[in-house]
Write a protein that binds this ligand. Structure first.
Ligand SMILES: Cc1cc2nc3c(=O)[nH]c(=O)nc-3n(C[C@H](O)[C@H](O)[C@H](O)COP(=O)(O)OP(=O)(O)OC[C@H]3O[C@@H](n4cnc5c(N)ncnc54)[C@H](O)[C@@H]3O)c2cc1C
Length: 476
């Protein structure tokens, strides 16, 4: 294998190759620290042609490839197996913005560009790229597309699949498919683009993308609301669509337990409200139309205040504060975005990234909390997430002071109860984080034979030697 590694070096150069243990380590473990893999080398190509040459060499030598972007994935998909017979192919050196088409509302980028850089570049050009999530400072667009990421604005703009027009992919045999078409309409045979979006690196490597842009918001209103229940949260959202004139861009639900963890672990985090409540909603409306001067032309903030006043009278909101400036709004968002980090700092947790129809969410929450407590009475449920998409991170924190090993003895009972419940409500066991490695067994259990057979047929046809991220998504 020494010869193989040297041949990689001739393709990507010294700058593109990491072979020492210390240098490799950060690429071999996942954000949640669930897995520690092993790899022959970390390969960091700088161009599509280099990716293609690396993949061709791997195909010839039957060496498997684990593609990796920002390594913020929640499902272990970017961590190689323990065998040590794979390479990690990191796209982080392919980090150039290639083109901005302001008139056509599109941006062409390489796969390793960090999401925040894309957002900022769009904003500098008076445009919006609406994908937004807690890991945006380190996740990459290649990873976002490969996981079909969701985030906090899906209810208005759709998930990653909806935000891209074309992609370039290096196939498992090293061929380059140039599908970089900036077309909103393109019905020319099977949709290959859609096949690679959400495939978690198991069918090929995304190297470039043409992204869609939107007008930049000029009027934004954000509020932090205490609500009596998830039912009230869903009703509040339902009415907000009309009250905001269809400008709801985010609606996030949080329980008190998660918020307590944020106060405990995140310096400077404080409660925006005087009293303690069980449930909270972060609501955001935004519009590309600037608020106009004049007595009868209220902006979104005034409209939101009026709507929340009515909601309070109906008992849907118990207390609320509408952000008066950007820094207050950012402070509200920090309370929401720091949920994952705080859970990590608190200790072991079991995560369930589930979705059900929005109208079924309140019933699911009631039944799910009971199911968790039945499986382990001392556990601490931490439900939070994207209520507007029917997608909650229905997480479970270990009882205080428990070791991971001790807690994981209840893992199957807790997750089994939640996934059975989700399935009985016609929902999904993985709404936005993908299957990766962590849910391969669950996918096999909860999806029909017809779906699994079709997925395996696709995988075998496109990657006959099973070299693209083996052991992830589906077993073949
Ligand atoms: C604090 C926090 C908050 C988060 N919030 C959200 C959220 O709200 N919504 C959400 O959807 N996710 C969320 N995530 C999960 C994660 O950020 C997303 O899944 C993100 O899209 C992963 O991007 P990445 O570049 O880090 O990918 P990685 O973790 O590196 O990879 C993810 C998967 O994609 C594959 N892959 C990566 N790049 C490529 C490529 N170029 N070609 C082919 N395959 C590739 C990998 O093999 C792996 O299977 C959050 C994570 C954290 C840590």
């Amino acid at each position: 294998m020494a010869d193989f590694v040297e041949r990689l070096r001739t393709i990507v150069g010294d700058k593109g190759l990491i072979t020492d243990d210390q240098g490799k380590h950060p690429y071999l473990t996942d954000w949640r620290e669930n897995y520690l893999g092993s790899a022959l080398a970390i390969v960091r190509p700088a161009t599509t042609e280099e990716v293609s040459a690396v993949v061709k060499l791997c195909a010839a030598e039957k060496v498997a490839i684990c593609p990796q972007g920002g390594n913020t994935g929640m499902s272990g998909g970017a961590t190689p197996q323990e065998s040590g017979r794979e390479i990690v192919l990191s796209l982080t050196r392919m980090n150039r913005i290639l083109e901005i088409d302001k008139v056509g509302y599109s941006m062409t980028v390489e796969a390793g560009v960090v999401l925040k850089t894309i957002q900022e570049t769009a904003s500098e050009h008076d445009r919006l790229f609406p994908l937004s999530l807690g890991a945006e400072g380190s996740c990459t667009i290649g990873g976002n597309l490969s996981t079909n990421a969701g985030g906090v604005q899906v209810l208005h703009y759709g998930n990653a699949r909806n935000l891209v027009m074309g992609i370039e992919v290096v196939l498992p045999n090293g061929d380059i498919w140039n599908g970089l078409r900036a077309l909103k309409k393109d019905n020319t045979g099977y949709d290959l683009r859609d096949l690679y979006l959400g495939a978690e690196g198991t069918l090929g490597i995304i190297t470039k993308a043409v992204l869609k842009l939107w007008p930049k918001p000029k009027d934004v209103a954000t509020s932090w609301n205490a609500v009596p229940s998830p039912e009230a949260a869903v009703e509040l959202l339902s009415g907000a669509y009309a009250a905001s004139e269809d400008n709801v861009t985010s609606c996030e639900l949080m329980g008190r337990q998660g918020l307590e963890l944020v106060f405990k672990h995140i310096p400077g985090a404080t409660d925006p409200l005087a009293d303690r409540h069980e449930w909270y909603v972060l609501l955001e409306w935004s519009s590309s139309r600037a608020p106009r001067e004049g007595a009868n032309q209220s902006g979104l903030r005034e409209k939101m205040e009026a709507y929340l006043g009515e909601a309070m009278e109906k008992g849907l909101v118990l207390d609320a504060v509408v952000a008066q400036n950007e820094s207050q709004s950012r402070a509200f968002w920090a309370l929401r975005e720091n949920h994952s980090e705080s859970q990590k700092k608190e200790g072991p947790s079991i995560k369930h990234d589930i979705s059900v129809a929005v109208s079924k969410l309140p019933t699911f929450v009631t039944e799910g909390l009971l199911a968790m407590k039945k499986a382990l009475p001392e556990c601490r449920p931490v439900p939070f997430g994207h209520v507007g998409d029917g997608n909650l991170h229905f997480n479970c924190q270990s009882p205080p002071g428990w070791s991971k090993k001790q807690f994981m003895e209840y893992g199957d009972a807790i997750s089994g109860a939640i996934y059975d419940l989700v399935t009985s409500h016609g929902g999904s066991i993985s709404a936005e984080h993908g299957i990766g490695r962590i849910k391969v067994d669950e996918l096999t259990h909860y999806r029909s034979q017809v779906e699994l057979d079709t997925m395996r047929t696709l995988k075998r046809a496109l990657d006959p030697d099973n070299l693209m991220n083996p052991g992830k998504v589906v077993r073949v």
